[in-house]
Design a protein around this ligand. Structure first.
Ligand code: IPT
Length: 995
């Protein structure tokens, strides 16, 4: 950073809550127009100063910026220059500066930008020249040719300055001063990285005399017909103005502003998120043509129903931040399109633009690909929570103008998009008059879309009832007619009012690390309680920043990795996608849970239910197959009628050949019959399985009475023992098996929120803390006995931890049965264990040696992991995976990779089988799960980032009789009691044989 050489500036404006000053133009739509425009994106000269108190001499046209650096626009300066311009800073709720509103510290990184541009000679005739900034964080001042044209805040909002008087044909210079911190930072305390700079486009527009300043083509749809309610903002001299919709044969000429009136668009196809039918319209004056894509739809709240085109909407939504590991919030259209197409492939139908308007092109993509969008204003004051909301701008008249300015810029910019079905005032900004005023403004301006704001608990000024992270039970109580259960922050009367409205979960299912579990319970509620309209998962993607470890290993950085003084760690890594776009298992689970077509099997038939909003099933084909122990033996396509939205059809199942000595599974996939804008033909939209296996008895474990004390070495089939301990298996040295009760805590295991619905919460203590307290991660063993019998070995161990009076008795019996060696392990906890357990498993360590175990083939569930409360994406079949790709590389390493319901696995080395392990169900039919890893749970638990994991020297196979669920306690409900693992006696039966 360079420092000032001249007199300090008056910087009082930095602490001014006013949204801007100078030649700011009124907010208007972000339009596609044929009027001339010049992009000022590209390299700018750049200088960073440590404070705002730097002379603004650089703004003068004659200033010599020869000594300055160059920076790309758009970009964030903290993501440029390899640290030369500071580093990103992550906080969730906290403010990274003292809570002293509206002031910010003198330490206020200030970026000065300069560039030259040429105004084309033809622009001389323009009525006005406008300089537009689509996003600058957080406060900026603008000069053109040394003349100050104004200043503005509202980082993710568009600002246009009238620079007509300041520009001249030919060479010009524009200078912009950007302050990282300002009064506006207090109302932009979203849970994300603080990333200053000019991060969206800068453009210069020649506004023609007689041009179309703004257009709003409101649409409606009813009874098969469309309607257009136009609003044209133009000088009266711009008329006549013509509206054309060629596909509908519409050509409407308005001679004067007074002639502009609603018109019937005739028979049209409606716009929905499922069938995003768009019609191109143009609005033309003699001087300008703007193009708008129309989607005909009517949004309406009727009673406690949220309807589009008269039909109830269920949001299967994602909270979407703009985040990229290299670019931060800088928009990349190709990436955004791929991202949205990915959402569609995972059955996501809605987006909440948390917590600010995205780049304007994102709404074009949403219109085109089809999403219900809740468009949120750039507003959050969450950090005031720490001071009991004292001084919260939301209720301070000094901020009223800023709040209104923000919502006006939000609505005006994006009002033409059919995808937007609700406006949201912002996020976590407490409550107060300024929010109510915003809502009133929106209601007056746009009667066609309801207003959302979660913080309005009592429903004083919003149209839908919205909550975040409500538990399943609470959500159910909200949805239940006549429920008198109190609602958060409401008197009984206010609660009754909230129950008259549609309910949405604007955030639920916190997707941090491994989880969330329990998604299906929320989805089930939307089917039984029509008031419940689904919700928006928190959140779509991790916000990791690409960084390099000291040893050169690339990794995704989170809070604290840049030495921030206050930060919120890896709370910024809570997406269903990893930072590099890789879907986590939770996204696969989401896809399965919300799949729009459901199958119910009954005797010889399958019922298909089309749960879509309005699309029928004519785009789908139903492909089926029958597998015997995972091998396909028959397949085909089901003849199915077209099922209308909301309808069902019952189809006969094809004949299913049932195997006598193998499991028989019937699978049906609803696949796309032809390609769409977001997936290829054959893409699986929905899927279901039916178990038609003939019952087969599980061989009883052989009881023996001939045990005698044993010592020395012993060989039993594939196993060799010394002193009762297994030392070699299939000719390879091994360690174990030993009891494993620990898993590397997930972010949910580390969560300490109290969940009254869970039975094992300890206030303020995470499960992980209790597991460490009880020493589950540092168990020791005392061998109590070793005995043998003919072809058998029995050991009894007492497993416990230092300073603990509780233990688990582990009896292991090895016995030969033909060519297989059976291992039966009975783990019996002592009395006194008081918490849930992460797992009850046995851990086998397989040192690398010459032929490291590097993969596994199995018959069980897959292809991805599953946990007791996250089982919907798992199907039964035959799968294979390498140990390197086994788990999920979460930004903070943690438990992952557990495959449930194992039947048989083969450990492999370089593609060759090493050992076959068959798992028998226990007497209650429960099958074990398993995990293969290059690290122990203890090693994983110690690593803060993947690069901190030691180089593995062994592969670890853990076979679990049971695992604890995932839950969502990092921010929300704990594992539901029915999926929590309480200490209990469990039996594992495995049969081992060489390949
Ligand atoms: C909630 C925020 O709205 C969201 O932005 C995000 O921070 C999320 O938490 C956690 O990841 S607010 C919280 C107090 C429930």
């Amino acid at each position: 950073m360079s420092s000032s050489r001249t007199a300090p500036e008056d910087t009082a404006y930095v602490a001014d809550p006013a949204p801007g000053h100078g030649a700011l133009r009124p907010a208007r739509s972000w339009l596609h127009s044929d009027a001339p425009a010049l992009s000022l994106n590209g390299p700018w000269r750049f200088r960073l100063s440590p404070t705002a108190r730097v002379a603004a001499d650089f703004a003068a046209g004659a200033f010599d910026d020869g000594g300055w650096d160059t920076i790309p626009v758009p970009s964030h300066w903290v993501l440029q220059g390899d640290g030369a311009y500071g580093r990103p800073h992550y906080t969730n709720v906290q403010f990274p500066f003292p809570i002293d509103p509206p002031h910010v510290p003198d330490e206020n990184p200030t970026g000065d930008y300069r560039r030259r541009f040429t105004v084309p000679a033809e622009w001389a005739g323009a009525e006005r020249v406008v300089l537009r900034f689509d996003g600058v964080e957080s406060l900026f001042r603008v000069w053109v040719n040394g003349e100050e044209v104004g200043a503005a805040s509202g980082s993710r909002l568009a600002h246009e300055f009238d620079v007509t008087a300041a520009v001249r044909p030919g060479d010009n210079v524009v200078a912009v001063r950007v302050h990282q911190w300002s009064a506006a930072s207090y109302v932009e305390d979203q849970d994300q990285w603080w990333l200053p700079g000019i991060f969206r486009d800068v453009t210069l527009h020649a506004r023609p005399a007689g041009g179309i300043e703004d257009v709003w083509l409101r649409t409606g749809f009813a009874a098969g017909r469309g309607g257009i309610d136009p609003e044209i903002t133009a000088d009266p001299a711009a008329f006549p103005v013509t509206l054309r919709v060629p596909e509908l044969g519409i050509e409407e000429v308005w001679a004067t502003p007074a002639d502009v009136a609603p018109l019937d668009a005739g028979a049209v196809q409606p716009w929905t998120a499922e069938q995003p039918r768009l019609y191109e319209a143009t609005v033309t004056s003699a001087a300008e043509t703007v193009t708008v894509r129309l989607g005909f739809r009517t949004v309406e709240i009727r009673g406690d129903r949220f309807l589009v085109n008269g039909r109830r909407v269920v949001f299967h939504g994602m909270n979407r931040h703009e985040a990229h590991p290299e670019r931060g919030r800088v928009f990349d259209e190709e990436h955004a399109r791929a991202d949205l197409a990915r959402m569609k492939r995972f059955n996501v139908n809605a987006i909440r633009t948390s917590h600010y308007p995205p780049h304007p092109r994102l709404l074009d993509l949403a219109d085109e690909l089809g999403f219900w969008v809740v468009l949120e204003c750039d507003l959050e004051t969450h950090g005031f929570d720490a001071v009991g909301w004292t001084g919260n701008p939301s209720d301070d008249p000094a901020w009223r103008e800023a709040y209104l300015d923000r919502v006006e810029r939000t609505v005006e910019r994006d009002k033409n998009h059919p995808s937007i079905v609700m406006w949201s005032l912002g996020n976590e900004a407490g409550s107060g008059d300024n929010l109510a005023a915003m809502s009133a403004w929106v209601h007056a301006r746009d009667s066609g879309r309801p207003v959302h704001y979660e913080g309005d608990y009592t429903g004083d000024y919003t149209d839908v009832y919205s909550r975040m992270y409500a538990s399943v039970r609470e959500s159910e109580q909200i949805g239940t007619d006549g429920s008198r259960a109190p609602l958060l922050g409401c008197t009984p009367a206010q609660g009754a009012r909230q129950r008259t409205k549609p309910f949405v979960l604007c955030e639920y299912a916190h997707a941090m690390g491994n989880g969330p579990g329990g998604l299906d319970a929320y989805e089930e509620l939307t089917r039984t309680h029509p008031r419940l309209h689904g919700g928006f998962v928190w959140e779509w993607r991790d916000h990791g920043i690409a960084a390099t470890a000291p040893d050169g290993t690339p990794f995704f950085a989170y809070g604290g990795d840049f030495g921030e003084v206050v930060h919120d760690g890896n709370f910024v890594m809570d997406g269903m996608l990893l930072s590099d776009d890789v879907p986590t298992p939770s996204l696969h689970e989401f896809k399965a849970v919300v799949q729009p077509v459901r199958f119910t099997f009954a005797d010889g038939v399958v019922e298909i239910a089309n749960q879509r909003h309005s699309a029928d099933t004519s785009d789908l084909r139903l492909c089926w197959r029958v597998e015997h122990d995972g091998a396909v033996v028959a397949d085909g396509v089901l003849e199915a009628p077209v099922v209308a939205a909301g309808g069902t059809a019952v189809l006969p199942l094809p004949p299913i050949p049932v195997a006598a000595d193998a499991e028989t599974w019937f699978t049906v996939d609803a696949v796309l019959a032809s390609a769409t804008a977001w997936a290829d033909a054959g893409h699986v939209v929905a899927s279901a399985q039916l178990d038609r296996s003939a019952p087969r008895p599980v061989p009883a474990a052989r009881a023996r009475g001939d045990w005698r004390p044993a010592e020395g070495t012993l060989a039993l089939g594939v196993a060799e023992f010394a002193g009762g301990s297994l030392v070699r298996l299939a000719g390879r040295p091994v360690t174990g098996p030993r009891l494993e009760l620990f898993r590397a805590p997930t972010d949910n295991d580390e969560g300490a929120e109290v969940d009254p619905d869970a039975d094992a919460n300890v206030a303020g203590a995470s499960h992980a803390a209790l597991w460490r307290r009880d020493g589950l991660d540092r168990l020791t063993t005392r061998r109590m006995s070793v005995e043998c019998a003919d072809g058998a070995l029995r050991t009894v161990d007492r497993v416990s931890a230092a300073n603990s009076g509780r233990w688990v008795t582990v009896e292991s019996v090895w016995s030969l049965d033909g060519d297989a060696l059976e291992l039966r392990v009975e783990a019996t906890p002592s009395r006194g264990w008081s918490t849930v357990w992460p797992r009850i498993g046995i851990h086998l360590e397989l040192p690398d040696g010459e032929r490291p175990v590097d993969g596994v083939e199995w018959f069980g569930t897959g292809p991805l992991e599953s946990y007791p409360d996250s089982m919907r994406a798992a199907r039964t079949g035959r799968f294979a995976a390498g140990v390197a790709e086994w788990g999920v590389p979460y930004a903070r390493p943690q438990e992952s990779g557990h495959r449930s319901a194992l039947r048989e696995l083969t450990l492999t080395s370089g593609g060759t089988g090493v050992l076959v392990v068959t798992a028998l169900p226990d007497t209650r039919g429960r099958r074990p799960g398993f995990t293969l890893s290059r690290h122990t749970p203890q090693q994983i638990a110690r690593a803060g980032h993947p690069f901190e994991l030691p180089a593995g020297t062994a592969s670890h196979l853990i076979v679990d009789a049971a695992q604890h669920g995932l839950g969502s306690r990092a921010c929300g409900p704990d594992v539901a009691p029915e999926f929590a693992l309480r200490p209990e006696a469990r039996t594992l039966r495995l049969r081992l044989r060489a390949v």
